[in-house]
Design a protein around this ligand. Sequence first.
Ligand code: PAN
Ligand code: ZN
Length: 187
Amino acid sequence: MSQIPIHTPLLVFEPNNWFLTGKEVNTSLKTIGQLKGVFIDENSRIAMNQDLPVYSVQTFQPSDDSAPGGLSIGNTTIYPGKVGNEFFMTRGHLHAKADRTEFYWGVNGNGLILLMNNDGDCRVEKMFAGSIHYIDRFHAHRVVNTGSVPLSFGACWPSDAGHNYEIIEQLGFTTRVMDSKHGPVLI
Ligand code: PAN
Ligand code: ZN
């Protein structure tokens, strides 16, 4: 009989609910009450149930390895919904080390990823189960759920990238995704 042990994997991506499970997975939730200033219609946001979940994020960083060369992996689920006419979305960020890249891949649902460069130009790509998105250096990134079911996507990024949210709080994204009688529109 073989002496070589066979280990269970560190993580499992549950195919039924698109959740990462594993010992050191960190899970956090963003609610309406935590997203002040993110949506254009702040009065509508204030009038909503502040505990309503907008998105959950799961991350795994092997052995707290934030030295260059380490990778982190995550899964984000954005619930369907709107603030006023604006679809639920992530806060969006630039990496603190802005030259760090990232891959996102769609797992469930339908939406859009916004990729904004230093000049404020936004590239918008469709996200769906199976779509793969490369987030290039110096590009802020945000995902919008334009559908009626949860939008889940995976992400893999260098562990030393860090997250800069302040720049988005100050400058915002130049493109927003609103609902209209003709469906989602970019403004
Ligand atoms: C992702 C994001 C995640 C949540 O893991 O952090 O989707 O979006 P916000 O961080 O913008 O709220 C990632 O891009 N990591 O680098
Ligand atoms: Zn990122």
